[in-house]
Design a protein around this ligand. Structure first.
Ligand SMILES: [Zn+2]
Length: 90
């Protein structure tokens, strides 16, 4: 009888141990699953209109405007000068 009830507990999806196994399986799946990419951050040069990946340009300063948006000062390789841009995420 105890064998039957432990079998039942093991296979009953609502049992605490089954929920733990389910949680563990979800944790493993989450860790093994596709890595959630950080949103790609881009900056747009106001002078030439090109946008660049934030980590591909030389950033000299990052500040916040009054509404809390990130304003990046970066060196535009096309215009060959420092420009300022909001940061966009894609
Ligand atoms: Zn430019």
């Amino acid at each position: 009888m105890s064998r039957t009830s432990s079998w039942y507990r093991f296979h009953n999806p609502m049992s605490p141990s089954a929920r733990r196994r389910g949680a563990l399986a979800r944790t493993i799946a989450a860790e093994a699953g596709p890595i959630i990419r950080e949103p790609e951050l881009r900056v747009t040069c106001p002078s030439c209109g090109d946008d660049y990946k934030n980590d591909r340009v030389k950033t000299s300063n990052i500040e916040e405007d009054i509404s809390g948006r990130d304003v990046v000062t970066f060196y535009c390789p096309f215009c060959e000068k420092e420009v300022q841009s909001f940061v966009f995420s894609k």
